[in-house]
Design a protein around this ligand. Structure first.
Ligand SMILES: NC(=O)c1ccc[n+]([C@@H]2O[C@H](COP(=O)([O-])OP(=O)(O)OC[C@H]3O[C@@H](n4cnc5c(N)ncnc54)[C@H](O)[C@@H]3O)[C@@H](O)[C@H]2O)c1
Ligand SMILES: [Zn+2]
Length: 691
């Protein structure tokens, strides 16, 4: 039992670390906060049972987060801590009880605030002037974001009033209001930039920018809720609430929505009052915070490693609503991944209209048994993509059917496959499916596949969008589309593909180069061709093994599982993936078209007969008259040479073209034979490569 638990514990540590990275460093979480909190809770439960397992590195022992080293570091005078959570009313009541037990006094006054959903910031004022600002980072070391903070309008650069302390570190939250968030995403959409999943990510992503001009262009807001360094110490008022009042007098923004509570009932009514108000607030909050008001009492209770004992965040449960499933549709991603999506009767969840929810995969649909027509609870936990929590079985209409994913791709009709051990189903028409088109062509042209220089993502996007090509075989027909290409490359001056300054537009050099690269790719090896097909699980190494075993593409196309399993390193999953790919007639058609265009990839045996370059080391330098250096390299390698980049005493030949520089000098000084392209070709005459 304990072994299973130990495994689970290690898994949780790794999982939480992974999510912390995505959340704190990349400002792009992959799971909802509610799901994250569940993982964290489970970790705490296990640690309670096995205190000896807990190391200092556990997220329970330290403040989560990182300081990215691209910012200069700021060491916090006093650590910036986290808050413990109460997820239920009972847990909040238990917090109040712990405070009473710890302080042994009959009545405690609490200051109640909102829990803003942004990121913590420390702002230092010296003699009233803003001199430094830093993020929380890992709690001890934060990121210096002074210039960025200065771009936030509501944060005073100079404090006002008569009672300004010599030095004061104001702590609070930077966040983004809903309207500013929608506006930002709208702009991002227009300029093709990254859209943010929620205001928290947008705030963090906007503040943690190296260029403060970017931050300045994003509208951020700020509320203060705490204090760090202070001098003179006597400046501090008696309690937290009084500090907030004083902040207001200094011109520091403080949220109006706060109150004092004198017992646990007051805490609960504050919570309910705010929960009701939440949908109409202009910014996101994920709960409320209760803090013992008196600083003397706060100090008596003190801190645990990562959070104060005198405060707690009472979090809202994830926001849910009930609605009906109108349809279940599948979406096909760029790599063929099939994701079922529930189309919902539009419903407001926490102030946002939800019309779709992801269902992830068939296993998930079956587990939840979501059917078309069902009433379902939809959750939006302040974040990411809405999801279906569960079906309300009491309201299930008669005649509903368990949902089955389609067997063929809704876009291209190829069969949908699900490989053993994978949760995700995929469209098998990799070479043909419009959804996968761009990805397939980009992969085919990749340097390590057919190596078509100049055929990058942007050009592929254009060629496909303009319907000039729709699959890799179309590349070899491009010379027939010259007119269209010229238009595409040169006519629209605003086009990202337009020629760089100084290049001659009329010459058509870019098109010419592309066509040459496509033409030379016809001689790519069988291994590169197989790799270029983009068959799932067939990487470069597997492609090489397959090429060696099958010698030509036709044999591979007709190989059975048994044949495939004989190949080194090919197991059942790879074999299944290949047979499934090759059994899809659409893919076969594209391969046939490729062969018809003059590609005939063959695997040459490695045995070389009679080559003067067999096992010789050659270095290539300068510009050769008719070949590129890469072409010469391939040729030499085919004849058994090892082509290296630096001249040494071990070099057997230097192949030199015009404008050769230091390599030529070095080779001369080492007495290494120097040959030119013509000599190389002469030497190769009469050599043979066995096929
Ligand atoms: N979705 C994910 O993948 C993921 C990953 C990591 C963390 N998280 C989220 O982050 C939380 C943990 O982060 P955390 O350690 O920053 O704790 P926290 O966000 O739960 O609480 C501490 C923070 O609350 C903020 N805060 C807002 N209002 C406040 C107020 N009035 N007074 C004091 N502080 C206030 C401060 O920034 C402070 O640093 C998790 O509970 C989870 O919700 C999510
Ligand atoms: Zn498809």
């Amino acid at each position: 039992m304990s072994e299973i638990l130990q495994t689970r514990y290690s898994w949780l540590l790794a999982e939480i670390a992974k999510h912390d990275h995505a959340y704190y460093l990349d400002d792009a979480p992959n799971i909802s906060d509610a799901e994250y909190d569940q993982l964290y809770r489970e970790l705490l439960e296990i640690e309670k049972l096995h205190p000896t397992w807990v190391s200092a590195a556990s997220p329970s022992q330290k403040v989560s987060g990182y300081a990215n080293e691209v910012f200069s570091p700021v060491i916090h005078g006093t650590p910036m801590l986290s808050l413990n959570n109460a997820l239920t009313e009972d847990e909040a009541i238990a917090f109040d009880k712990r405070c009473h037990d710890g302080l042994q006094i009959p009545q405690i006054e609490y200051s109640c605030e909102l829990k803003f959903d942004g990121l913590a910031i420390s702002i230092l004022y010296e003699n009233g002037r803003l001199t430094r600002a830093a993020t929380r980072g890992d709690g001890t070391t934060g990121e210096n974001v002074t210039d960025n903070i200065k771009t936030i309008e509501s944060i005073p650069k100079q404090l006002i009033g008569l009672n300004i302390p010599e030095k004061i570190e104001v702590r609070g939250e930077v966040f983004m209001r809903h309207d500013d968030f929608y506006q930002l995403n709208q702009i991002q959409k227009e300029v093709g930039g990254k859209e943010f999943a929620n205001p928290r990510n947008a705030a963090a992503g906007s503040l943690r920018q190296l260029d403060s001009k970017v931050t300045a262009s994003r509208k951020l807001s700020f509320f203060a809720y705490g204090i760090g360094e202070l001098s003179p110490k006597q400046w501090l008022p008696t309690g937290h609430s009084q500090l907030m009042d004083r902040y207001q007098q200094l011109g520091i923004p403080v949220c109006e929505e706060r109150s004092l509570a004198s017992n646990v009932d007051d805490l609960m009514s504050f919570f309910k009052h705010i929960a009701q108000k939440r949908p109409s607030l202009p910014f996101d909050i994920d709960g409320v915070v209760y803090k013992i008001n008196s600083y003397t009492l706060q100090n008596q209770l003190g801190f645990v490693s990562r959070a104060p004992r005198f405060a707690i965040a009472h979090k809202f449960p994830p926001q849910e609503a009930l609605t009906t499933v109108l349809a279940i549709e599948v979406q096909v991603g760029r790599t063929g991944a099939i994701t079922p999506v529930a189309r919902l009767n539009p419903v407001l969840v926490g102030g946002v209209t939800v019309t779709n929810a992801t269902l992830h995969n068939q296993d998930e649909i079956s587990r939840k048994d979501v059917r078309i027509g069902d009433y379902v609870f939809v959750r939006r936990a302040g974040d990411v993509i809405p999801e279906i929590v569960q079906v309300d079985l009491n309201q299930r209409p008669q005649d509903t059917q368990p949902y089955q994913m389609p067997l063929t791709c809704p876009i291209c009709n190829s069969h949908i496959e699900k490989l053993a051990g994978e949760a995700i189903a995929r469209c098998s028409g990799g070479l043909f499916c419009p959804a996968q088109r761009k990805q397939a062509i980009i992969h085919f042209a990749h340097r390590r596949a057919m190596n078509i220089d100049g055929l990058g993502e942007k050009i592929v996007d254009k060629l496909v969008d303009e319907k000039i090509i729709s699959n890799p075989a179309d590349l070899y027909k491009l010379q027939y589309s010259l007119n269209k290409l010229v238009q595409l490359f040169y006519v629209n001056a605003n086009d990202p593909l337009k020629q760089k300054k100084g290049q001659d537009l009329t010459e058509g050099k870019q098109i010419q180069n592309l066509l040459i690269a496509i033409e030379s790719s016809k001689s790519a090896s069988l291994a590169k061709f197989i790799f270029g097909l983009g068959i799932r699980h067939v990487g470069e190494t597997t492609a090489k093994d397959l090429a060696k075993s099958f010698r030509n593409i036709q044999t591979l196309m007709n190989a059975t599982s048994e044949d495939l399993l004989k190949v080194r390193d090919v197991g059942p999953v790879v074999a299944e993936s290949i047979t499934s790919f090759m059994s899809e007639s659409h893919n076969r058609e594209v391969i046939e078209q490729l062969l018809a265009s003059g590609l005939n990839p063959q695997e040459l045996s490695e045995a070389i007969i009679e080559s003067p370059f067999q096992d010789k080391t050659v270095v290539i330098t300068g510009t050769l008259p008719t070949m590129s250096r890469d072409e010469a390299k391939l040729l030499l390698e085919k004849y058994g040479a090892k082509v290296s980049s630096a001249v040494s005493s071990k070099t057997n030949y230097l192949l030199a073209g015009s404008d050769a520089g230091s390599k030529l000098e070095k080779a001369t000084s080492l007495n290494i034979p120097i040959i030119d392209q013509a000599t190389m070709l002469e030497m190769l005459e009469g050599s043979q490569v066995a096929t």
